[in-house]
Design a protein around this ligand. Structure first.
Ligand SMILES: [Zn+2]
Ligand SMILES: [Zn+2]
Length: 302
């Protein structure tokens, strides 16, 4: 039997003249369809990830596909047994992704790098004189990334431009490949690289999520899992024999992709914690968190 729910991940750059009005309409649509998830709306477009019953997500896709503002979305669709978000959140922002470029800002509709399909990407990543840049945040690539990629130690997307300027010598004269979760951040980031005078730049079409679904590559060359911004925390990518786990349980150091939030609420840090360790000693990222949780349990309830 097929799964009763679907998780959608999508984006579309287009001109939304009145984002507030569009957001109100969009909220009514999502509520009618009982979708949950996170949607950002800006004058430059829409970026979202939602879950819902299959009939409802299908209707949502039909409505957006029929609207000239949001037609031709490359939907990424995952089956699911349940909702993967606790609620619906729709926010209006200045930009759908923020690089903080100030007066150097541009629209990916005007400037973005060439897209590579998964099989083209797999080929390109094995060429000489190539660098791959993981355009995501540090807590995302910790759980999985393409083998050999440069991993900028940045906590936020807006820190990437400075990272590029600091690591320019590693990029100069190279063929540059950029990737992210679903592709939207690279639309902007690859355009930024071109603006910086780096000319040989390519982006992974549809991001890691599409790469993992493509039968032509089956996720080959990706190690670990792909971080996602919902209750699943990560999804598998590599379906080949060579699939490996790169992250380790913070307590026992055994390979583990089990990302969890620390059980000491004021800490709440995400860390890797294997099933056995959680069962034996609780879900705490540091001994001090465990101690705090057991001694101050009354103080943190409610
Ligand atoms: Zn462990
Ligand atoms: Zn902790």
């Amino acid at each position: 039997m097929s799964a009763p729910y679907e998780v959608l991940l999508y984006y579309k750059y287009s001109r939304i003249a009145d984002p507030e009005a569009y957001a109100a309409q969009h909220r009514a649509l999502c509520q009618k369809l009982q979708l949950k998830g996170r949607i950002l709306i800006a004058q430059e477009g829409i970026n979202g990830t939602v879950s819902g019953l299959v009939a409802d997500t299908a209707e949502y896709r039909r409505v957006l596909d029929a609207d000239p503002l949001t037609s031709d979305i490359a939907w990424k669709i995952d089956p699911s047994e349940e909702h993967v978000f606790p609620k619906l959140s729709i926010k209006v922002r200045e930009e759908v992704v923020t690089l903080d470029l100030g007066q150097d800002d541009f629209s990916p509709e005007d400037l973005t790098a060439t897209h590579l399909k998964p099989d083209e990407w797999r080929q390109a990543m094995q060429e000489d004189n190539v660098v791959m840049i993981d355009a995501r945040n540090d807590y995302e690539w910790e759980i999985g990334r393409f083998e050999g990629a440069l991993l900028p130690a940045v906590p936020s997307f807006r820190d990437l431009p400075q990272w590029v300027r600091d690591h320019r010598e590693q990029l100069e004269g190279k063929k540059i490949l950029t990737y992210c979760t679903g592709g939207i951040r690279c639309e902007k980031f690859s355009g930024f690289l071109l603006n910086e005078g780096l000319s040989d730049v390519y982006q992974l079409d549809g991001g890691i999520v599409s790469y993992g679904k493509a039968e032509s590559v089956k996720g080959e060359g990706f190690e670990g899992e792909c971080y996602v911004f919902d209750e699943r925390l990560s999804v598998p990518v590599n379906r080949t024999e060579g699939a490996s786990i790169i992250s380790h349980c913070a307590i026992c150091d055994e390979p583990s992709i089990r990302y969890r939030n620390c059980g000491w609420k004021p800490c709440n840090a995400q860390f890797f914690c294997c099933e056995r360790c959680e069962a034996e000693s609780g879900r705490f990222c540091e001994p001090i968190c465990k101690e705090a949780a057991t001694t101050c349990s009354i103080a943190v309830t409610g």
